[in-house]
Design a protein around this ligand. Structure first.
Ligand SMILES: C[S@@+](CC[C@H](N)C(=O)[O-])C[C@H]1O[C@@H](n2cnc3c(N)ncnc32)[C@H](O)[C@@H]1O
Length: 212
């Protein structure tokens, strides 16, 4: 498994960020967690951008992104609902992407209807929680029986508020994929674990497809 390179410069940045972060309100912190800023063309850049290419192929149908933050991963025409607890993130998303459905709420208790999404995304959010099972349970409640839950876990852990510092395959199997009947794990760009979890009817769907 690739290890983050912790140079002196990175450590210095970490301590500077930590002092800076301790003074932050939760609103500021949630925007900071996203690690995004705008370039001169009005595009977002930042540490999560390279992940888009890795997960876009899995984003199908009616999509729900839990803890969406600020992103330009989705494009007009996609059927996307993004939810975040940060009012500032949702304000930015509504302003920049008025075509999407941006919801302020708690990803562990969304109040959205059960079995209503084809894809539920949990990207770079589980790392912030010691016990993230409520988020996985909520995603499982919201996904259609033949839908896909896409989970992204970042390996960039040295200067952000991650509870679990080093994810490896064994940890993923015990803590994450054990919640699914079937799951696929891939390491993308040596920086993210991309996990796809399937609900019970996925096997039936495959069988029907194969027998047709
Ligand atoms: C590191 S950012 C990731 C943003 C985006 N998913 C990405 O991958 O670029 C984590 C986001 O999760 C949001 N978040 C954390 N816990 C949440 C919760 N319980 N309910 C809703 N949003 C939450 C934060 O506000 C923040 O915007």
């Amino acid at each position: 498994m690739p290890k983050p390179v912790i140079t002196k410069a990175v450590k210095k940045r970490y301590y500077r960020n930590r002092q800076f972060r301790e003074k932050m309100t939760i609103e500021k912190k949630t925007v900071w967690w996203n690690g995004v800023w705008e370039n001169k063309y009005g595009q977002y850049i930042g540490r999560h951008r390279p992940m888009y290419k890795g997960i876009r192929p899995y984003l199908q149908g009616h999509i729900l992104d839990l803890g969406i933050g600020v992103t330009d991963m989705y494009v007009e025409g996609q059927d996307i609902t993004g939810l975040d607890m940060s009012t500032e993130c949702m304000r930015i998303m509504r302003q920049r992407h008025p075509w999407g459905n941006w919801v302020l709420g708690d990803a562990a208790d969304t109040k959205l209807p059960s079995a209503s999404f084809d894809t539920v995304v949990l990207a770079n959010i589980l790392e912030h929680y010691k016990d993230f099972t409520p988020l996985i349970y909520e995603a499982k409640r919201l996904i259609k029986p033949d839908g896909t839950i896409v989970i992204v876990l970042s390996l960039e852990n040295y200067d952000v508020d991650h509870v679990y510092p080093k994810w490896d395959e064994e940890m993923i199997r015990t803590k994450v994929t054990s919640h699914f009947q079937r799951a696929e794990i891939e390491l993308y760009d040596e920086r993210w674990w991309i996990i796809r979890g399937y609900n019970k009817n996925y096997e039936d769907k495959l069988q029907t497809k194969n027998s047709n």
